[in-house]
Write a protein that binds this ligand. Sequence first.
Ligand code: FMN
Length: 171
Amino acid sequence: MGFLEVAKKRCSVRSFLPREVEREKLLQVLEAARVAPSAVNLQPWQIVVVQDTQLKLELYEAYPRDWFAKAPIVLVLCVDHAVSWKRHDGKDYGDVDAAIAADHITLAAADLGLGTCWIGAFDETKCRKALNLPPNMEPVVMLPMGYPAKTDSPDRHQIRRKSLEEIVRWQ
Ligand SMILES: Cc1cc2nc3c(=O)[nH]c(=O)nc-3n(C[C@H](O)[C@H](O)[C@H](O)COP(=O)(O)O)c2cc1C
């Protein structure tokens, strides 16, 4: 698949088959995150791979949606604020770095026929508690991942995205 094809194939999947994800595929997805760029190449992230049923139940407390509980894997991207780059005005680029790594993951997963969904609306305190994270580690995004039970229509970007005219300013 060409890049644009992969980018258009990726969509938020909120329904998963009860099918295990092969370890080889999981490792490929994680490798895509490993090679992501980051400010000053500090790579201030950790990716927590949650497959354990009990731990997934604890994460469900942080994002109580039935479909989320059915994902075979949840990847939690955490940023280490003790490591992330701070600009001269204090802006912390850790979230940006984590978001880039997360996007690599979602695209690599789509390329391999896997589905993911960005989850930002979770309870941070409950997520932290479930994963026993130290204060410097912030969970930025949770990515449930598995084989999709259904797929979105291929022309959905024509309908659900702004046009280039709306988002690009040529100068
Ligand atoms: C930063 C971010 C946070 C998001 N948080 C959630 C979330 O908490 N729950 C959810 O169901 N979808 C969440 N989404 C998914 C968006 O709703 C989705 O990407 C958007 O509607 C476009 O649809 P698509 O991903 O299928 O192209 C999030 C997406 C992003 C990028």
